[in-house]
Design a binder for this molecule. Sequence first.
Ligand code: PLP
Length: 441
Amino acid sequence: MIGNYPRKAKFTKKTNDLLERDARLISPSYTRDYPFFVQTGRGREVIDVEGNAFLDFGAGIAVCATGHCHPKVVSAIKAQTDEFLHMSGTDFFYRQQTDLAEKLGEIAGMKEGMVFYGNSGAEAVEAAMKLARFYKNKPGFIAFTGAFHGRTMGAVSLTASKAVQREYYAPLQPVAHTPYGDCNNCQFNHHRDHCAANGSVCIDYIEHTILGKVMPVGDCAAIVMEPIQGEGGYIVPEAFWMEDLQRLANKYDLLLICDEVQAGMGRTGKWFAHQNYDGFKPDIITFAKGIASGMPLGGIITERDLMRYWVPGSHASTFGGNPVSCAAALATINVIEEEDLLENANAKGKLLRTLLEENSRSIAVLENTRGLGLMSAVDIVGYKDGVPIRDTVLNKCFDKGLILLGCGKEGVRFCPALNITTEEICKCTEILFDTIKEVIK
Ligand code: PLP
């Protein structure tokens, strides 16, 4: 339900006390954007401890795929908690893991899929890196500038989104970073048409400079990529870039790791974002975030031909693939299927981008609408009074009861629950456009 949003979230002593307590007790390393203390969440609405309602276009950073507390997901979680909470898939068997693995192999389009479970996106990426190293017996990786793959030591070695995420953590794993296929912001100043016709200049750079001079093929296990670069700015690569990347990986027999932690689980209108690109076939797919509608779960999917090389003890996790999380994931997949949420993600994403594009004709600071499905973004460019207009706008939207997240340098990302409605898309854009006009006038 939407409407009745506070004109300005009023924070009383209650929130201020909680903020003060949090500042004393919780690590300062988190990057909280808003002074928002959540009390309850239902559907696409979250309510803070003061009773203020907010329309949530962040969905817990693209996690609450079926909305907050979808009744079918909650009931699957409750049913599982009546049976058992934990047994550890490292040492014992339970069918929730196999039921889910069967489904994941199917939706990933694997011939004979196999799954490894962890608890988070970073653990999924660690597993992918370890499997690639184990199989290839080579230490190195190629990853992309702007990438975000997580914060554990392996994953942060691949991450190249913001310096603060890497600073003082060296030495990291051997990773050579290279420009992503961002044709709107080409690091080589080439035009997309030139690359479409002659081959991507940035893939050529990987072949001749990265593999030729920096990370020799003999040391390189895999290329790690996001099918849409997430934290980097919701950058959607061109189909020819994906083809060129696949060709390069095949030519040098490098594993292709597709990090679907943010883009996967229906967010782009396909189960996995790379499925929007015909013929693209990663060796390892990572998943997390949206898979269990908010319960912690992550992991990797590969063909059995690859994962079968691991031997008992090569990798494991006490909590990974927890039965309650697996039950939530199975319910999430069922809800996505039953409620046709892939189609909804496509349709609502299209509507959102149409509204953004139409309005960017009259609102000068609104530029560069992009995205697939409900992984969409727009830039709000420029500064006012020395502050990025994007930041002022997002803060004011929050005051009006709309939660939006930034991404990249000037981007605003839209990653709501996959069951977002037309009314909610219109409400969100109305608040956003009105706020931009107020800020720039
Ligand atoms: N990979 C991608 C593409 C992500 O977007 C993220 C988180 O934003 C991660 C990995 C890390 O996930 P987590 O925060 O669950 O460790």
